[in-house]
Design a protein. Structure first.
Length: 296
């Protein structure tokens, strides 16, 4: 189950969060339109400002971190870089404050957490204090392949090119979304991942990556329900989609519209936020923007 509450993963925490939200925001696509195929979109504001919207997968896999010439040109032509979430400066947001997983899981589950922490090159004490939703995200990913994700590489390029950097949401907003899930709900997420073999995780990731590279939103949507929705309680899955996609799209679209009307912006956001009636593509069109796919 690719439970990558994939928006996020914005910043590694000593290398520990290297897959942070890779799929969730890629995989949590609710309503998709087959015609909406493409990862890089030219966005023209009503006033004539031209920017770009880029659907990412929050992963460090080298097959997606080698950006295309078209993507690099669009990035270079921009004045402002907007990323899904700004990095968290306060690392306490990653951890439970009054308990550890030893208080919440069975002895057998704790042993499994310790083994997976070792596999993902995490210190045991760190893993046992992490919020269950975050640990579910980390454990649902393959072993780290590189130092930086797509988002981190783009952030570094923005620094090199002296671009203004803005977030579609700040760290507090970002973590508040996930923290809105109760501890019991978070434990359901974590236990679901603990039941999933590493071979199955690797297989699902490969399928997800292939689907992402196709840029086909309809396929991503179908894969989402198959890989994640079918493994979680129906009410929890519905809540996840509303909280992680629908509600966040409203805020993100407002901030994109505001900035893209004023400057040439390159916006990088999880690909799952793009399609559907409530997706960013539709919301930007409704705000008077003209959108077209940029071909490599």
């Amino acid at each position: 189950m690719m439970i990558m509450f994939t928006t996020m993963r914005m910043l590694t925490f000593g290398g520990l969060l290297r897959g942070f939200f890779s799929a969730v925001l890629l995989s949590f696509v609710i309503t998709a339109q087959a015609a909406e195929t493409g990862l890089l979109w030219k966005v023209e504001s009503p006033g004539g400002k031209v920017g770009y919207l880029f659907g990412t997968m929050h992963s460090d896999d080298p097959r997606i971190t080698e950006f295309s010439p078209a993507t690099l040109k669009a990035f270079g032509d921009s004045e402002v870089f907007m990323m899904e979430s700004l990095p968290a400066r306060d690392q306490s947001v990653y951890f439970m404050q009054d308990k550890t997983l030893r208080d919440l899981l069975t002895e057998a589950e704790v042993e499994q957490v310790i083994k997976l922490a070792d596999f993902h090159v995490m210190h045991t004490d760190v893993a046992l204090r992490m919020k269950p939703w975050l640990l579910a995200v980390v454990f649902d990913l393959p072993r780290p392949k590189a130092l930086y994700s797509m988002d981190e590489l783009l952030l570094a390029k923005a620094g090199e090119q002296d671009k203004k950097v803005l977030g579609l949401e700040n760290a507090a907003e970002h973590f508040a979304v996930l923290d809105s899930f109760t501890i019991d709900e978070q434990l359901v997420m974590l236990r679901t991942v603990l039941k999933h073999s590493q071979a199955d995780k690797e297989r699902d990731f490969e399928l997800l990556l292939k689907t992402y590279l196709s840029g086909n939103a309809a396929e991503i949507a179908a894969l989402d329900d198959k890989m994640t929705g079918a493994k979680l309680p129906e009410d929890l899955w519905a809540k996840i989609k509303v909280k992680l996609i629908d509600e966040r799209n409203v805020r993100m679209a407002e901030r994109i519209v505001n900035e893209a009307n004023q400057s040439v912006a390159f916006i990088a956001v999880g690909a799952s936020h793009l399609p559907g009636e409530g997706g960013l593509l539709a919301r930007l069109r409704n705000a008077g923007f003209k959108l077209s796919v940029v071909k490599d």
